[in-house]
Design a protein around this ligand. Structure first.
Ligand code: AP5
Ligand code: MG
Ligand code: ZN
Length: 209
């Protein structure tokens, strides 16, 4: 299955993706994680992306389209993949349609009040991309990644003012994708305000897994 996860920043795309990787046996691709790794390693891509990300804006389409094309050409994506955070604009969706036949776009619906709360407790691992929440999904050892043992950090774009800006960017540029996939008969929406396990159950039912 070739699946897109849609939803506002903090809706829970990455958290649901980590469950679906196991359940479906296909990789998840987070353009946000790839960009954060590039920034950490100070690559040319990271240098170009950093200013946009810290300002809560989208990175230019050509940069992310290139990196996505390279990633889904890799062998592990042959039998399907989950896209977490791509596409985020209509031009990105059109570029994706040229290289892959998407089965479903699953939208996680979560209002801003719920999101703002979640973001203040988020901790992430910049090495493997794992995401935690100090209350809803804590690591076994405080401040340490369960998966790879690296130190957990607060994302630099998780300050309240940047979270707000990212949310506005989502409404302006990414939310129109719901109409794009609805017109193709591929949009499914679920309530993402429940707990992590409940959201997984709703996704499994919506996807018919
Ligand atoms: P990206 O990394 O994709 O960030 P985002 O879309 O803003 O989404 P988040 O990762 O913040 O949220 P999420 O939905 O994954 O939620 P999570 O599971 O962590 O992108 C970052 C930046 O990169 C963008 O702003 C842009 O600049 C750039 N970029 C990336 N892709 C791009 C593209 N295609 N084009 C252009 N630019 C691009 O959950 C949030 C928190 O809530 C966690 O702490 C989690 O533990 C907790 N939580 C999750 N679910 C629940 C639940 N059900 N109940 C309670 N807590 C929960
Ligand atoms: Mg994420
Ligand atoms: Zn890790």
């Amino acid at each position: 299955m070739k699946l897109i996860l849609l939803g506002a920043p903090g809706a829970g795309k990455g958290t649901l993706a980590s469950y679906l990787i196991e359940k479906m046996g296909i990789p998840s691709i987070s353009t946000g994680n790839i960009l954060r790794e590039a920034i950490k390693n100070n690559t040319p891509l990271g240098q170009k992306a950093k200013g946009f990300m810290d300002a809560g804006q989208l990175v230019p389409d050509d940069l992310v389209i290139n990196l996505l094309e390279e990633r889904i050409a890799q062998r592990d994506c042959k039998s399907g993949f989950i896209l977490d955070g791509f596409p985020r604009t209509i031009p990105q969706a059109e570029a994706l349609d040229k290289i892959a036949d998407i089965d479903c776009a699953l939208s996680l619906e979560v209002p801003y009040e719920v999101i703002a709360k979640r973001m203040t407790g988020r901790r992430v691992c910049l090495r493997c991309g794992a995401t935690y929440h100090i209350e809803a999904n804590p690591p076994r050892v405080e401040g340490v990644c369960d998966i790879c043992g690296d130190k957990l950090v607060i994302r630099s774009d998780d300050q309240p003012d940047v979270v707000k800006r990212r949310h506005e960017t989502y409404h302006e540029q990414t939310e129109p994708l719901k109409g794009y996939y609805e017109a193709q008969g591929k949009l499914k929406s679920i309530d993402g305000t429940q707990g992590i396990r409940e959201t997984e159950k709703l996704a499994v039912a919506a996807l018919g897994l």
